[in-house]
Design a protein around this ligand. Structure first.
Ligand code: PLP
Length: 387
């Protein structure tokens, strides 16, 4: 059976060039902390990637700390802000990724941190006026944690504006940039964000490799104690091949950014048009269908019928999509994002589906998806007519 992968916000296939570079790096087995030539050769591989990533983001190499993933980066930043920087209040939204949301909940229950949630409107946007008002309402040391692009609906946050508001009000700002780094041209010399996160497997790099951007002299400390690796911000022998893979994937992504983003936006526009004609009554969640206001890789579809088995039905036809984000798709209850955007009646009568693209996605694949959706939708229509 032909297989079609449309779940690129969950993870992406490894690029062949990345595999080649990683295999070569694996043969270089030295411990980067060793002072002999084996170790130093491994160290050079890591430092080259650090410099390359720092150049892409217009920061200094010392501000890039390699980690195992986006989850670890977000955990480290939020937890250390509370433990080491005296953060007593966190302003966030209820639609952050689980690794941010759960970490903040833990900070509330274990460390007594006050948590303020900015409720998104029905399009999934956060009010920046409300953010400013909340910041001004108290003098306690505050961390604002808001994601750059939502992984379910793709809504983009104006991080430059948020960072500026935070600076003006003396708050720290962390943005989960896992869905945007290497998908957008991000210049941190222009955006006064304090902390950000990245995960290589979201842009055709390996799983188990990411980094945290930590603004210089932030005072953050390592979650993992041990050796002085990563400027003492992340103890443990480095995943050299993973870091090299991240570097190659980021190089490919940034070199081809214009071509890839143009192709993917065209595919997204095509998908919106084809699904609209194939499934009468279909809607798109949040700002998902608005070019420019949402990430071009993600489309959140709201099918006008209830079908909790839709993911499985599509999978049986060889089509991989997500019924929410990867982290909540196994759960039977609606995701927090859908709970925020839809009322009970809508939740009971609809099915959300996240379709996410890469530069490898083709129109033919979208045609196949729409054919299957059309059949499933007409089945539901007949069911509804028959009562
Ligand atoms: N943040 C966002 C917005 C994500 O989409 C993901 C992955 O789904 C993560 C964080 C977690 O990244 P990782 O899988 O590298 O732990």
């Amino acid at each position: 059976m032909k297989k079609i992968y449309l779940d690129n916000a969950a993870t992406t296939p490894l690029a062949d060039e990345v595999i080649t570079e990683m295999v070569s790096a694996m043969k270089n087995f030295g411990n980067p902390s060793s002072t002999h030539s084996y170790g130093q050769e491994a160290k050079i591989l890591i430092e080259n990637v650090r410099r390359q990533v720092a150049d892409d983001l217009k920061v200094t190499p010392a501000e890039i700390i390699f980690t195992s993933c986006g989850t670890e980066s977000n955990n480290m930043i939020i937890k250390s802000c509370v433990r080491n920087l005296g953060v007593q209040r966190i302003i966030t939204s209820p639609i952050e990724h689980k690794c941010v949301a759960e970490t903040i909940t833990e900070m509330r229950t274990r460390k007594n941190v006050e948590v303020v949630y900015l409720k998104p409107d029905k399009t999934g946007d956060i009010s920046l006026d409300e953010l400013e008002k909340t910041l001004k309402s108290s003098d306690v040391k505050t961390l604002v944690s808001l994601m750059h692009a939502n992984n379910e609906i793709g809504n983009l946050l104006d991080i430059k504006k948020v960072a500026t508001i935070c600076k003006e009000n003396g708050a720290l700002f962390h943005s989960d940039t896992v869905q945007t780094i290497a998908h957008m041209d991000i210049d941190f010399s222009e955006i006064p964000v304090d902390f950000a996160s990245c995960s290589a497997h979201k842009f055709h790099g390996p799983k188990g490799s990411g980094f945290a951007f930590i603004r210089k002299s932030s005072g953050l400390k390592s979650l993992i104690t041990g050796g002085p690796q990563e400027r003492s911000l992340r103890a443990g022998t480095e995943n050299v091949a993973g870091i090299v893979g991240l570097g190659k994937a980021m190089e490919l992504a940034m070199t081809n950014l214009d071509a890839y983003s143009k192709h993917i936006q065209e595919i997204k526009d095509y998908t919106i048009a084809r699904i609209t004609e194939s499934v009468p009554g279909v809607r798109f969640n949040g700002r998902s269908a608005e070019a420019g206001a949402s990430l071009y890789t993600v489309l959140s579809v709201l099918l006008p019928f209830k079908d909790p088995m839709i993911g499985m039905k599509l999978d049986m036809q060889g089509i991989a999509v997500s019924q929410g984000s990867a982290c909540s798709s196994g759960a039977s209850k609606p995701s927090m994002v859908m709970l925020m955007l839809l009322d009970d009646e809508e939740l009971n009568a609809t099915t959300p589906l996240r379709v996410s693209f890469s530069h490898l996605t083709t129109r033919e694949e979208i045609d196949d998806l729409c054919e299957v959706l059309k059949k499933i939708a007409s089945g539901h229509l007949i069911e509804n007519v028959n009562g």
